[in-house]
Ligand binder design. Structure first.
Ligand SMILES: NC(=O)c1ccc[n+]([C@@H]2O[C@H](COP(=O)([O-])OP(=O)(O)OC[C@H]3O[C@@H](n4cnc5c(N)ncnc54)[C@H](O)[C@@H]3O)[C@@H](O)[C@H]2O)c1
Length: 250
């Protein structure tokens, strides 16, 4: 029987790469996204994808999408997310709440709704897309740091509560990826792209395909004993603090 995948925010950016990799791996895919124009572009390009408009912060729209799937998903990728760039002192309560809502509360609502359907079957994989910003706080992205750190913690909680019931829950933390929410940082600024890429041990920025490959690994049976883990895919960025320091002379 065809395995099915439910991918939030899968109509563009990293999510689109994950969608393409899941299709390539033989999943029947439903993409759940709030951007109707991006969904229309995807539907025109790929007739084999079920496209569903909805919002991860709206439990009713999540339920409606899952009801439209032929079976409970085998794979859920909690990828939808937004980032807003403001120093903390200039962050309004409205911005704070909406970033937490979409990046933390939404993925938890999606995971709950999917787990309720997967647990009776006794199998399923959930992958939460976090960020290295939740590991080493990036100044200027305010609530995004808190939301991604919170989602990493919730990955561990879900693994403990739902692992014994047959599910596997892990996270992928992308570093600096030259696409999606980070595209504005690099667009028209090749110098920033080169400087940032050059500061990473792997000497390049990441590509969406790097993230999709990590997701597909965690989804596969090769990762059947990987539970509650956050797989950092950042070319070594977060472990490279010592190499940023001047060398001692002794
Ligand atoms: N691009 C990067 O450098 C980077 C780095 C670390 C983590 N991430 C994470 O990767 C994920 C994908 O980001 P991206 O860079 O591809 O961004 P993107 O903006 O290109 O794509 C995000 C998708 O999510 C959808 N979306 C946003 N809010 C939604 C909501 N409330 N309900 C349903 N859909 C919604 C958008 O319409 C869009 O299609 C996010 O969780 C992001 O935090 C990205």
């Amino acid at each position: 029987m065809t395995r099915t995948a439910f991918i939030t925010g899968g109509a563009q950016g990293l999510g689109l790469s994950i969608t393409e990799a899941a299709l390539e791996a033989g999943y029947g895919v439903m993409v759940f996204d709030r951007d109707r124009a991006a969904l229309d572009r995807l539907a025109a390009a790929r007739q084999d994808v079920l496209c569903h408009a909805g919002d991860v912060t709206d439990a009713a729209s999540i339920e409606a999408a899952l009801d439209a799937m032929p079976s409970p998903p085998d794979l859920v990728v909690n990828n939808a997310g937004i980032v807003r760039f403001h120093p903390l002192l200039e962050t309004t309560e409205e911005t704070w709440r909406s970033v937490i809502d979409i990046n933390l509360t939404g993925p938890v609502l999606v995971a709950q709704a999917c787990a309720r359907r997967m647990i009776p079957r006794g199998s399923g994989v959930i992958i939460n897309i976090t960020s290295t910003a939740g590991i080493a706080a990036s100044p200027g992205v305010n609530a995004y740091v808190a939301a991604k750190a919170g989602l990493a913690a919730m990955t561990e909680l879900m693994a403990q509560e739902w692992g014994p019931l047959g599910l596997r829950i892990n996270a992928v933390a992308p570093g600096m990826i030259d696409a999606g929410v980070s595209a504005p940082i690099y667009r028209d600024n090749p110098e920033a792209r080169n400087r940032r890429g050059g500061a990473v041990p792997s000497r390049r920025l990441g590509a969406p395909e790097d993230i999709a490959a990590a997701v597909l690994y965690l989804a596969s049976d090769a990762a059947s004993y990987v539970q509650g883990h956050q797989l950092v895919v950042d070319g070594g960025l977060t472990i490279s603090v010592m190499s940023q320091l001047p060398r001692g002379t002794g």
